[in-house]
Design a binder for this molecule. Structure first.
Ligand SMILES: Cc1ncc(COP(=O)(O)O)c(C=O)c1O
Length: 376
């Protein structure tokens, strides 16, 4: 075998990424005041003084860190308060908080799948769910994006006793909604469980931002388990699993990314609780995000999305990067997804709408975006 030193291997990997226009860079959001259409702080709450005060107060009361796993000594009253409030808001009987949404997804799939389980996973599912499947000894079938008939076939044809169906309710890359009502029907008919990631729906979709499951009357159903993140609409950090108390109890006992992880930082819990109060007092924020998304969609010539995320296909990764650079030159921060972050291999611009952008800001953004898409 040819000798290849570790630094030389790293350099070869970097050169290959550069050749294909796929080098990823960390993006610094301190500094120049760009109008942000890239981040997921959809309600603008990460810097809201009420939310920041919630973080400060929680840190002063409970400390800077939880200090241990929730099963050792790391369960604080602010965790249980957060779980109670989030469950009540979303319409589920119970909730469990995690240090990230990534951990929530790893946990729920790992703990609910056993070797006699079939996992049916949408082709566009988030990386955290893909990694979660890899943590299990279950059989995994990937179905085409939003193809309910394919999900039904996989469930009917299975030899496994149990089955989980994985979906995002609003997809993070394409920004489209899953057919959650149809999926729930198929799941009920097949004695399966629907695991629905509401990361991009909470705060944005459903009544007062309660999510797409609530919008379809599916929140709280025994065969529906939801996951969520505190890092997007809630402007903080952390994750959630929402479901029956028995699901919560099972995760506490079986979910390795929960058991062997330090409890959520008190400041993150306090910020999320404060953000939830803001959203409950101003339910129109969710409508405002979708209204602003429709304005941006019109500017770039795509259909209005189900939530905040807009996806604009580009000819290739270099064109996507050039679009981002052009927008930045005009003071507009937009995102792009390139393979391997796009499930279909299509490079695209990713724009996100926010509740707090004024009509003047949106008009300016629309003007710049028209230039960007015209240069494709
Ligand atoms: C669909 C989806 N699920 C889960 C996550 C992970 O959430 P967190 O950032 O809280 O780890 C993300 C994104 O970050 C996401 O887009």
């Amino acid at each position: 075998m040819k000798e290849c030193s570790f630094p030389a291997w790293l350099a070869a990997q970097a050169a290959d990424r550069a050749d294909r226009g796929l080098t990823r860079r960390l993006v610094d959001s301190d500094g120049e005041p760009l109008l942000d259409l890239a981040g997921n702080d959809y309600l603008g709450l990460a810097r809201d003084p009420r939310v920041v005060a919630g973080a400060v107060e929680a840190a002063q009361t409970h400390g800077a860190g939880a200090g241990a796993s929730r099963l050792v000594s790391g369960t604080l009253s602010i965790h249980t308060e957060l779980e109670r409030e989030m469950a009540a808001f979303t319409g589920f009987p119970s909730a469990l908080a995690f240090s990230t949404g990534y951990h929530a997804n790893l946990s729920v799939v790992q703990a609910l799948a056993d070797p006699d389980t079939l996992i049916v996973s949408d082709a566009h599912i988030h990386a955290s769910m893909i990694d979660a499947c890899r943590l299990t000894r279950a059989t995994v079938t990937v179905t085409p994006h939003n193809d309910v008939a394919a999900v039904a076939r996989a469930l009917t044809d299975r030899s496994q006793r149990r089955a989980l169906v994985l979906t995002e309710t609003i997809y993070s890359v394409l920004g489209d909604a899953a057919p959650v009502a149809e999926l729930a029907e198929v799941v009920a008919a097949s004695d399966a469980v629907l695991i629905a990631d509401e990361a991009h729906a909470l705060g944005v979709a459903g009544p007062g931002g309660r999510g797409l499951l609530a919008a379809h009357g599916l929140a709280g159903r025994p065969d529906v388990v939801a996951t969520g993140t505190l890092s997007k609409s809630f402007g903080s950090q952390g994750g959630l699993v929402l479901g029956l108390p028995a699901v919560r109890e099972h995760l506490v006992n079986r979910a390795r990314p929960f058991i062997y992880d330090t409890g959520l930082a008190p400041a993150a819990a306090g910020a999320a609780l404060a953000a939830l109060q803001v959203l409950k007092a101003a339910p129109e924020l969710a409508d405002r995000v979708r209204r602003n998304a429709a304005i941006l969609a019109d500017a770039v010539g795509v259909a209005a999305p189900a939530g905040a995320v807009l996806s604009v296909p580009m000819p290739g990764p270099r064109e996507a990067l050039a679009g981002v650079a052009t927008a930045a030159g005009y003071g507009l921060r937009i995102g792009c997804f390139r393979p391997p972050s796009t499930p279909d291999g299509v490079s695209r611009l990713r724009l996100t709408a926010h509740a707090h952008h004024s009509d003047e800001e949106l008009a300016l953004a629309a003007k710049i975006l028209r230039l960007v898409v015209a240069g494709r």
